[in-house]
Design a protein around this ligand. Structure first.
Ligand SMILES: C[S@@+](CC[C@H](N)C(=O)[O-])C[C@H]1O[C@@H](n2cnc3c(N)ncnc32)[C@H](O)[C@@H]1O
Length: 244
């Protein structure tokens, strides 16, 4: 998993100036927490990226602790000197290594689950259930849907032109591939005029049936699956609610 810090720091350098701001997606995530876990006060957010969703959740009244390993977290400074009805704390760390002094009502992991092997995912889920969640706590997280990634992998290289007015300062290119046997997507990016230096993220995608199997032995059960956007077969990720 050596690629994680490098990939998200580099792509954060390309996109952070444009994307490190609270948008409708972040407010929608805060609303999902209110809808699916109405008694929530404290949240642990894993892989918080630029910190946009963490800030929207603090604004919505939650006490948020957010953990992020890459330099994307440097963009979160803009959020920490503001006043919220909840509270907001960022920790730059690997969430497999960090220790907390308290437990949480809800653990969230937006658009990040699937890094590493099945054993790595099991290790993470077991850690959340046994160490980080309160007895009645729950997980809300996105899972990558193989059907859509398989479809995207058939597309040719996409070139995305810089748009400095919007904060996109680099011309970049992307190629998605999908390993059908192992159900991994690889998503490779490079600066268009420097194709020798490529950056790849590799994410395990789970059909709902595979995801249910993964939960075995973790101390968690699947309470709900909700496509993000359209119907399940048309979307690249779906939300799961997991309870103890
Ligand atoms: C695809 S990004 C999603 C960021 C954000 N949650 C969002 O929805 O915009 C996944 C994030 O998880 C972070 N991440 C992955 N593994 C991590 C780990 N072991 N510890 C902390 N952060 C991690 C990555 O650096 C990256 O910023």
């Amino acid at each position: 998993m050596d690629w994680v810090k490098k990939f998200y720091s580099q792509t954060g350098k390309w996109w952070g100036p444009a994307e490190s701001k609270i948008t409708e997606r972040d407010f929608e995530r805060a609303k999902k927490i209110k809808r699916l876990a109405p008694d929530t006060k404290s949240i642990l957010e894993l892989g918080s990226g630029y910190g946009n969703t963490a800030a929207a959740c603090a604004r919505a009244g939650f006490d948020v602790t957010a953990v992020e390993i890459s330099d994307r977290i440097n963009f979160a400074k803009q959020f920490t000197d503001k006043k919220y009805s909840g509270s907001l704390k960022f920790i730059k760390a690997d969430f497999y290594e960090v220790k907390f002094g308290n437990k949480f009502d809800v653990v969230t992991y937006w658009n990040g689950f699937g890094i590493g092997t099945d054993d790595d995912q099991k290790r993470l889920l077991t850690k959340i259930a046994s160490e980080w969640l309160k007895p009645n706590g729950l997980i809300l997280m996105d899972v990558q849907n193989p059907a859509k990634w398989c479809e995207w992998a058939k597309e040719p290289v996409v070139n995305k032109k810089a748009n400095p007015a919007k904060g996109y300062n680099f011309n970049v290119s992307e190629k998605i591939e999908f390993d059908e046997a192992m159900q991994f997507m690889t998503d490779t990016w490079w600066e268009t005029d420097n194709p020798t230096e490529k950056f790849t993220q590799k994410i395990r995608c789970y059909s709902p049936a595979d995801f249910k199997k993964l939960l075995s032995g973790t101390g968690l059960k699947l309470d709900l699956i909700e496509p993000i956007g359209d119907e399940l077969r048309k979307v690249n990720e779906y939300l799961v609610k997991l309870t103890k």
